[in-house]
Design a protein around this ligand. Structure first.
Ligand code: AMP
Length: 465
């Protein structure tokens, strides 16, 4: 199939070609014709499937083929509203609106918190055709009478599941109540909880339903791997993996903001350029972190789940779960950052004994066991006792079981030492594998600290033999 067969205008086909897209992704092939008809849509699609173009392209076509009369005072009336859960996603979706609409005369603007009101107010005074917004800031402007919803024809809830997870349901309902009754509604969600179904019932009128990836399936094309490791050795193992494999553009997930900052400091001590992205950072710092990562000025972006939601980086090759998420669906979202739009990628999880419960939950949800691979020099202590892990969002804690029990349960799951690493260790006698990181001029203080530790040396020596 080609884009030409989807009924899009020449201006949009040119913009699509400018982006280098040749073949529509499955969600685009299904959603574009439906949205063009003007009907409601319920779409099950996660980030990375090309869903943004799936709703933005037909929306632009509908708005441009039916120009609206100027509103009060000659102001451009607001005709399409897209709600997203995070600032980053709002900025990205709005950038897509601009990119796909570059040969059209429609205007757009992103509204989100964490930045000054001034420029947003100025833009709203002039008016825009399309607004992409996070719910809080949108309602702030609406309460002040700066936004008129009366001409909205198309309403999109993007990543609705994450919006509900983030507690936006009341805000969403407030926005819905202010919109005109007659409008087209599009709801995109990666997962379908009962809450999402109930929201869809209220929002959508006899919607067409599209599901491009089965619920909670992990993205095809992502190679997944678990590295068992002691909880105190994770930072050193990550530095080693990055150095040894010469990884570039690694997105690393931590459970907490504090954990993200701590890991960045540790990686920097190991000579690895890293930056943290989380909710305690100012919007400017978040934008800069993302920009630096995209242009490869830093190699590692350490993010929390909420901050990373919707980050769009073309063909991100590596995603690392430094901490396993305690909500299994977050694992699916996280690894959806790699292997985007048909590319291939690797998702690596560093798992300590405390997280075995989380690992079991994830494997149950994705309906497969993840290959486990011990890295030489970082073997976990088989007798380690699990400690409780702080649990977010009131979900259950891990902290039960042991590696021995887990291996027994996993049964046929492979436990192997990667050949490159084993060769490296044996060819250098008892050298710590982080020596590989030093091979590329990265003196590793953490590795040196580890080398000075008799306990870990004896473990490595016994492996070396
Ligand atoms: P999304 O799921 O909307 O966040 O899109 C994921 C990524 O896929 C973005 O980087 C898009 O630029 C890219 N993309 C979207 N549609 C296509 C396509 N038809 N061909 C190739 N890449 C695409």
């Amino acid at each position: 199939m080609t884009f030409d067969s989807l009924g899009l205008s020449r201006a949009l086909l040119r913009a699509v070609a400018d982006q280098g897209y040749t073949v529509p992704t499955p969600i685009q092939a299904e959603a574009i014709p439906v949205v063009l008809t003007g009907g409601d849509l319920l779409a099950g699609a996660q980030t990375g499937t090309g869903k943004t173009a799936g709703f933005v392209l037909p929306m632009l076509q509908r708005l441009s083929s039916n120009p609206a009369a100027p509103g009060r005072g000659g102001r451009i009336p607001l005709r399409a509203l897209i709600l997203t859960p995070t600032r980053e996603l709002a900025a990205q979706v709005e950038a897509s609106v601009k990119a796909y609409g570059k040969h059209l005369r429609l205007t757009s603007c992103a509204l989100f918190g964490g930045v000054g009101f001034g420029p947003q107010i100025a833009q709203l005074r002039r008016g825009v055709d399309i607004l992409v917004a996070t719910p809080g800031r949108l309602l702030d402007h609406h309460r002040e009478g700066r936004i008129d919803f009366s001409a909205v024809e198309i309403f999109v809830l993007d990543e609705a599941d994450r919006m509900l997870d983030m507690g936006f349901i009341v805000d969403i309902k407030r926005v819905m109540a202010s919109l005109p009754k007659r409008r087209q509604n599009l709801l995109f969600s990666a997962t379908f909880s009962d809450e999402i179904k109930s929201l869809a019932d209220k929002l959508l009128d006899t919607p067409r339903m599209i599901q491009v990836t089965p619920r909670n399936s992990t993205v095809a094309g992502v190679a997944q791997r678990v590295h068992p490791v002691n909880r105190g050795d994770k930072a050193a193992l990550l530095a080693f993996l990055i150095g040894h494999h010469r990884w570039r553009q690694v997105l690393v997930f931590t459970r907490t903001k504090h954990g993200a900052d701590k890991l960045v400091r540790s990686l920097e001590k190991d000579g690895i350029r890293a930056v943290a992205l989380h909710g305690n950072k100012s919007q400017n710092a978040r934008t800069k972190a993302l920009a630096d990562f995209k242009k490869s000025a830093v190699e590692v972006l350490v993010a929390t789940d909420i901050a990373a939601r919707g980050i769009d980086i073309d063909q991100l090759p590596y995603v690392v779960n430094y901490d396993l998420p305690n909500v299994p669906e977050d694992y699916v979202h996280r690894i959806g950052r790699t292997a985007r739009a048909g590319a291939t990628g690797e998702a690596i999880s560093l798992v300590c004994v405390d997280e075995l419960g989380f690992l079991r939950d994830i494997e149950r949800v994705i309906k497969r066991s993840i290959e486990s691979e011990v890295v030489a020099g970082f073997e976990p202590d088989p007798d380690a006792v699990a400690q409780p892990v702080f649990a977010q969002r009131g979900r259950k804690q891990a902290g039960s079981g042991s590696w021995t029990a887990h291996r027994e349960q996993a049964g046929a799951r492979r436990q192997r030492v990667p050949t490159g690493t084993a060769k490296h260790a044996s060819s250098r006698g008892h050298v710590h594998p982080a020596g590989a990181a030093r091979d590329r001029d990265r003196a590793s203080p953490a590795a040196q600290r580890r080398d000075a530790s008799t306990g870990s040396r004896s473990r490595r020596q016994s492996f070396g033999r």
